[in-house]
Unconditional design. Structure first.
Length: 343
């Protein structure tokens, strides 16, 4: 049985009394006032409500009494069960016309609240499930396997993870979410579990068509979802740190560098250089220089600057970091600095 809360009842009363020129009370299934325009009555027993619950019909109180005020009391019924009573205080002849309208509105508000509560519970369960399956220490119990099936995931079968990050807050569902299990990671990221690996390219194209600015990272096929999630996160760090002009990356194409950068983070061997990290111009210059395979002319053309300007910027990077971008060993360190600045 659905149970009215005090907070919910008071919110409904406050909303209704903006339009109804009479005091409104909402009582629980025991006849106790849990919401009222007259706060002093909250927590007291309402005799009219008790009668309405007992008789399962509207009860009218013609005159004020010690423990009840004149007015009408209408039982609130959901799924053939009385969950409370709504009362309108005032002369019966005046309040009667409002009775069914108020009752219908209260039931509608309760149903909306119940639907939202159900939605929140499902969202919480979904997030709890996600946290379990992306945790490498999680054991696939029978209960978890059954829960996964409700999201159309077969934990006995291998899967790939598509991890998406958006440069803006995302509220709408991805179009592919209607066909594949998808989970919200944050306000800016989602992941999709795909167990039909032949359609990965089709899914990524759909996402790109819907969100052209999104970054997409795809894992290899793995027996455990947690491993696919780890791979996609590592690949995402590579594309955002090193290849921002690209929008899609496969972990299989950057496995070595992705794993090494992750190892450096785990071993706390990463170097943070605020002077470089806060300079977008130098970051873009270094990224372009790397993407162009250290070709000065090509990098300068892509940046639309003179090669002397490019050399000047590279020298500034050398001065700030102590690492020479033209030295392959020192450039390697700079590459990991770029990747591991991405959280």
């Amino acid at each position: 049985m659905y149970q009215l809360t005090k907070k919910q009842a008071q919110q409904i009363v406050d909303k209704m009394m903006q339009d109804i020129p009479y005091n409104i009370n909402i009582m629980d299934k025991e006849g106790i006032i849990i919401g009222s325009g007259n706060k002093e009555r909250i927590g007291t027993l309402h005799q009219g409500a008790l009668e309405a619950i007992k008789q399962r019909k509207i009860v009218e109180i013609q005159i004020d009494k010690k423990y009840e005020k004149k007015g009408i009391n209408l039982p609130i019924e959901m799924n053939h069960e009385i969950i409370g009573v709504v009362g309108i205080s005032g002369d019966v002849e005046e309040t009667r016309p409002f009775g069914n309208l108020v009752k219908s509105t209260v039931i509608l508000l309760i149903e909306q609240s119940a639907a939202l509560q159900k939605e929140n519970i499902e969202r919480y369960r979904r997030q709890e499930f996600l946290h379990l399956i992306i945790n490498p220490d999680t054991v696939y119990t029978r209960e978890l396997i059954n829960q996964a099936q409700t999201y159309h995931i077969n934990l006995a079968n291998p899967a790939q993870i598509i991890y998406i990050e958006f440069p803006y807050e995302i509220n709408e569902e991805l179009s592919v979410s209607a066909y594949y299990p998808s989970f919200k990671i944050s306000n800016h990221s989602q992941c999709i579990v795909v167990q039909e690996t032949t359609i990965i390219e089709s899914i990524t194209r759909q996402i790109q068509n819907q969100h052209a600015e999104a970054f997409i990272a795809v894992s290899k096929t793995n027996n455990r979802i947690s491993e696919g999630y780890r791979q996609s996160i590592s690949a995402m760090r590579v594309i955002k740190g090193l290849l921002p002009s690209e929008k899609t990356i496969s972990y299989a194409d950057c496995e070595f560098i992705a794993d090494l950068s992750e190892w450096l983070i785990n071993e706390k061997k990463t170097v943070h250089l605020p002077q470089l990290m806060e300079n977008d111009e130098l970051i873009k210059t270094l990224q372009t220089f790397i993407i162009c395979n250290l070709n000065i002319n090509e990098a300068a053309n892509q940046l639309i600057i003179h090669r002397n300007t490019l050399n000047y910027r590279l020298e500034r990077i050398h001065k700030i970091t102590g690492k020479n971008p033209k030295n392959i060993l020192e450039l390697t360190e700079l590459i990991f600095i770029l990747i591991n600045r991405i959280q």
